[in-house]
Ligand binder design. Structure first.
Ligand code: WA2
Length: 269
């Protein structure tokens, strides 16, 4: 009899964990697809139309009204790729100076990625050179070389100081072929679209609504480096001595990264 109820408890844990992992992955995928479409919109309406027919006002309005399409993202912003020799004219035309993430005037670099459009929820990113932040910079380099949606390590986000990951998508000149080489991709990059998965508040909100939430403890880890999992969601090392533990795989579409969800019962079943 005891073994039978143990089986049932395990079955329930597996199904609750898999359900949560599927749901998170699904919402993630939907969000990435919408960001991809937004990139195409920018490429057509900001770069193919001369002059551009997008400005900060229209970007803020459009992204604000379509935020329901990106349920796990704290907002979206667009950073323009800028070379050093263009900087002086760019700053004169914009009427502002680029800042670093530490709110200093951006020191000279070969190239920059100043945010020129931002959803109102990310207005604190305006004018910031996103290449001045280590995590964002690494994402930018990987996004433009791969053409894929890429994710950072878990880290404390600007603004909220919540734990999350930044999602970055490169925007290319329209003549880039689908089978382009890394070199061609980098050359054809015009900017970067992105935002943050605010895991600490938005993912928590999603998972808390599901049935059985009181009974289980859920953790999400970045396990790209298998020997050093990085906690992204959930209480610290709660699964150390759990009798029953289930691991559900999570695929967020970044080929460089691996994530997983680990679930256990809060109390002995
Ligand atoms: N978005 C939101 N919060 C952040 C953040 C970010 N980056 N970085 C630190 N906290 C505008 O790659 C371009 C978004 C990055 C895109």
């Amino acid at each position: 009899l005891r073994w039978e109820s143990m089986d049932r408890a395990e079955e329930r844990l597996v199904s609750m964990c898999d359900e949560r992992a599927r749901m998170l992955q699904e919402q993630f995928g939907v969000t990435v697809n919408h960001l991809h479409a937004l990139g195409i919109l920018i490429s057509i309406f900001h770069y193919e139309k001369r002059p551009s027919v997008i400005d900060q006002g229209t970007f803020a309005k459009y992204t604000g009204r379509t935020s329901f399409e990106r349920p796990l993202l704290n907002g979206v912003a667009y950073a323009h790729r800028l070379f050093h020799h263009e900087r002086e004219m760019f700053e004169r035309q914009q009427g502002w100076m680029m800042n670093t993430m530490n709110q200093e005037v951006a020191p000279p670099q070969d190239e920059y990625a100043p945010v020129i459009f931002s959803q109102d929820t990310l207005s604190y990113l305006a004018r910031i050179d996103m290449m001045s932040g280590e995590e964002d910079r690494e994402n930018i380099m990987r996004a433009r070389a791969t053409g894929k949606a890429v994710l950072t390590n878990p880290f404390r986000l600007l603004g909220s100081n919540h734990l999350g990951v930044v999602l970055t998508f490169a925007v290319y000149r329209p003549d880039l072929p689908d089978d382009a080489s890394v070199d061609e991709r980098v050359k054809a990059t015009v900017g970067y679209l992105g935002g943050a998965f605010d895991v600490e508040s938005l993912v928590d909100n999603l998972l808390r609504k599901l049935a059985g939430n009181q009974d289980i403890v859920v953790n999400v880890y970045d396990v790209t480096n298998a020997s050093e999992p990085m906690g992204l969601y959930g209480p610290p090392s709660s699964d150390d001595n759990a009798a029953l533990l289930h691991v559900s795989t999570l695929d967020f579409g970044d080929p460089f990264r691996r994530h997983e969800m680990r679930c256990s019962y809060r109390h002995k079943p």
